[in-house]
Each structure stands twice: as structure tokens, then as C-alpha cells.
Design a protein around this ligand. Structure first.
Ligand SMILES: NC(=O)c1ccc[n+]([C@@H]2O[C@H](COP(=O)([O-])OP(=O)(O)OC[C@H]3O[C@@H](n4cnc5c(N)ncnc54)[C@H](O)[C@@H]3O)[C@@H](O)[C@H]2O)c1
Length: 273
């Protein structure tokens, strides 16, 4: 018996990275999964790989920023698998070149960040909720980001968009909890998706992991397993929460990396004396 056996799940942005991990893990645990993505060819390939491994999966095209497209993906899921129990609103991002600091972000970058993160999540929830309510309940999991928490030097639009996702998650949990719908978000820290693995300089990865409490930076499955848990009935008493999966990036004193160096220097000095 899988952890989400027999449930029907829709994952947005499922052709790559975190969404792909969540879709694959839920299929491994018995869910019937629809992978929805702007890159439909990649979503189809991913669904085929899941089927080859013995899971149940289909793919569909999606532009998460268009209400009609989101509705079509939800309709496709309900028609293909006979309902919907789990909605994972995972699409998000920004325009890195123009989503800058407060004085320099362009209006287009601001609008796009709110559209791709907050509004896309709203569209996903609006389309999914009638099915979840008709089924007597279900689970919504939204991908937020630790960017919503720490003050960032750039990405003012992205931070606002992800903060909106966390806030909406709490309100939706309050609004539909009595009808059996749980709604939670996951906030990843830096996650080495294939694109990040390829493009981020090693010096950046080393700098980042130096501030983590654990040795490594995150991998897609670190987030995928959290989404799987929140989607499953194991999390039946958890709603309105934002789970931070960041390797302890924010739990330490901010001065800890510098303190570590100081303690090492003090120890060396003591040995010499
Ligand atoms: N990777 C990280 O370090 C990190 C950290 C914090 C939060 N996140 C969040 O995790 C989520 C997934 O990111 P990822 O790193 O796995 O990205 P990714 O680039 O590996 O995958 C994103 C997928 O979304 C699809 N997509 C993009 N725009 C779309 C749209 N409008 N409609 C439908 N599909 C669309 C892409 O085609 C791609 O397949 C995002 O919300 C992101 O903000 C990522």
C-alpha cells in the first residue's frame, strides 16, 4: 500500500526539478499523477518514464499564468483519472535580469513575479477546489521559497510573490479546512535542479552551503519528499503550515560562519602557546 495509494494528483511545472520529483515520488507511492508543464514534450517524456517504471501518469500542456489553461489541466486530470485529490501548485519564478532592488525593478518584472507566483497559485486553487470539495476533502501543496523570509538584495518581486503564496496558503487552510481540504506550502532553500547544477558556479554553491547547518545544498527529492508527505494522509492534522526545507540555512546565528573561523584560529593559537 503506497503512501498516496489511489489518490489523483496534479503537479504544475512537473517536467523538471522539484515538480518532477514530487510527481515521480507520488506515482511511486501509488497516486495517479498528471504532469502539467509549459514544456509539454518534456512532461510527456517524464510521464512515459513513470509509466515504464510501473506508475500511473499522464501529461498535459499548461501555462500556469492563464486561468483557462489551468482550468483545462484540472479538467484533463478529472476526466483522465476520475477526480482530483491532490493539487501541487509548483510553478514559480521571476525575470532574473529585471527583478532587481526596489528602485530598479521594472514594472513588467514586478507584474510577472506576482503573476507567476501568487496569481498562478490562486488560479490552481480556484480550479482544483471544487473537485477537492466534491471528493469530501483533499490536499493542496504550494511551492513557496525561503526568499519570502530573508531580506534579499535583489528579487523584490519574487520575494513578494512567494510571501503572497505563504499568506494565501494560511487563508485557504482556514477557509476550507472544515470541508476536509488541507493547504500547506513548502519553502525550499537553494535546490540544485539540473539547471542550477549546470549554471551555478562551484564558488556560489560552496558559499551557500557554508551558511547551511547541514553539509550540502538541497536536491529536488528533498522537496519532493516533503510535498509527498504533506499530500498524504500522514499529514492529516497539518494545515496552513509553511515547511522550510533549507538545510538549516536560517536556523543559525548569522555570524556563525565567521565565528567558526574565529574558533579555529583561537584553537590554533592555543596549540601554539
Ligand atoms: N531551485 C531552487 O533553488 C528553488 C528554491 C526555492 C523555490 N523554488 C521554487 O520551486 C518551484 C520549482 O522550481 P524548480 O527549481 O524545480 O524549477 P525548474 O526550472 O527545474 O522547473 C520548473 C518547471 O516549470 C515549468 N514552467 C515554467 N513556467 C511555467 C508556466 N507558466 N506554466 C507551466 N509550467 C511552467 C518549466 O517548463 C519547468 O519544467 C518554483 O516555484 C520555484 O520558485 C526553487
Amino acid at each position: 500500500m503506497g503512501r498516496v495509494e489511489g489518490k489523483v494528483a496534479l503537479v504544475t511545472g512537473a517536467a523538471s526539478g522539484i515538480g518532477l520529483s514530487a510527481a515521480t515520488l507520488m506515482a511511486q507511492e501509488g497516486a495517479k499523477v498528471v504532469l502539467a508543464d509549459l514544456n509539454e514534450a518534456a512532461a510527456q517524456q517524464a510521464a512515459a518514464r513513470i509509466r515504464e517504471a510501473g506508475g500511473q501518469a499522464q501529461a498535459t500542456t499548461l501555462n500556469a499564468t492563464e486561468r483557462a489553461s489551468v482550468q483545462a489541466a484540472v479538467d484533463f486530470t478529472a476526466e483522465t483519472f476520475g477526480g482530483l485529490n491532490i493539487m501541487v501548485n509548483n510553478v514559480g519564478g521571476n525575470r532574473p535580469d529585471t527583478d532587481l532592488d526596489t528602485l530598479h525593478i521594472t514594472d513588467e518584472a514586478w507584474d510577472f513575479a506576482l503573476l507567476l507566483n501568487a496569481t498562478a497559485t490562486l488560479y490552481g486553487c480556484q480550479a482544483a477546489l471544487p473537485h477537492l470539495l466534491a471528493a469530501g476533502g483533499g490536499s493542496i501543496v504550494n511551492t513557496a521559497s525561503m526568499a519570502h523570509r530573508g531580506g534579499d538584495l535583489v528579487r523584490i518581486g519574487y520575494t513578494a510573490g512567494k510571501a503572497a503564496v505563504v499568506a494565501m496558503t494560511r487563508s485557504m487552510a482556514a477557509q476550507y479546512g472544515k470541508q476536509g481540504v488541507r493547504c500547506n506550502s513548502v519553502s525550499p532553500g537553494l535546490v540544485l535542479t539540473p539547471a542550477a547544477e549546470q549554471h551555478l558556479p562551484q564558488a556560489f554553491k560552496d558559499m551557500w552551503s557554508g551558511y547551511n547547518a547541514v553539509p550540502d545544498v538541497g536536491r529536488p527529492d528533498d522537496i519532493g519528499y516533503t510535498i509527498l508527505f504533506l499530500a498524504s494522509d500522514e499529514a492529516r492534522h497539518i494545515t496552513g503550515q509553511n515547511i522550510e526545507v533549507d538545510g538549516g540555512h536560517f536556523v543559525s546565528q548569522p555570524t556563525n560562519p565567521a565565528m567558526r573561523v574565529m574558533y579555529q584560529q583561537m584553537a590554533q593559537q592555543a596549540q601554539q602557546e
